[in-house]
Design a protein. Structure first.
Length: 169
């Protein structure tokens, strides 16, 4: 039904829509496929409801979340022009086209625990810089950095219309 849900959540899904198989290669109609999902999320959302989306940040120079294997354990270089991942601006534009007029980035601290990584000394060393940046961009004074190239992850809050119930993030 229309306007049925108060909250709609979509974590780590958008980059995998409109791609060839389980790859990082987008199809020619990738944007239309992603926009279809955003429109459906907006359609089922109550006018005062919230949509929460999350994914790696396209503007971050490394993709530390996709494609690593035993043969290739290191992050991929991620040029900011690669449309596989989304930026805050991509989400803002897409959800605006879907009928939502508010998009803001939320703090990312605590979103990823990196629990598996922190079980070994090597994992703790590799996770430390990502956790440090997550803590930094989650501080209110540094919230302008949340969608910037220093932040590997995005957590966005989308609204159909602006009703300010939220604290000053």
């Amino acid at each position: 039904e229309n306007s049925l849900f108060d909250i709609v959540y979509c974590g780590c899904v958008f980059p995998h829509v409109g791609v060839k198989g389980d790859s990082r290669e987008v199809l020619p109609n990738y944007y239309e496929q992603r926009l279809t999902i955003a429109r459906e999320m907006a359609r089922v959302l109550h006018p005062d409801g919230f949509i929460m989306v999350s994914s790696p940040n396209r503007l971050f120079p490394l993709d530390i979340f996709h494609g690593r294997t035993a043969e290739h354990p290191y992050p991929y270089l991620n040029p900011p022009t690669n449309p596989f991942l989304l930026s805050a601006g991509d989400y803002r534009s897409m959800f605006h086209q879907a009928g939502c007029n508010v998009f803001r980035l939320l703090p990312v601290v605590g979103y990823w625990g990196f629990i598996n990584m922190t079980k070994t000394w090597k994992g703790r060393v590799l996770a430390f810089p990502v956790q440090a940046v997550s803590r930094l961009v989650s501080v209110k004074a540094f919230r302008a950095l949340r969608g910037s190239p220093i932040s590997p992850w995005l957590v966005g809050l989308v609204r159909k219309r602006h009703v300010d119930y939220s604290p000053a993030w």
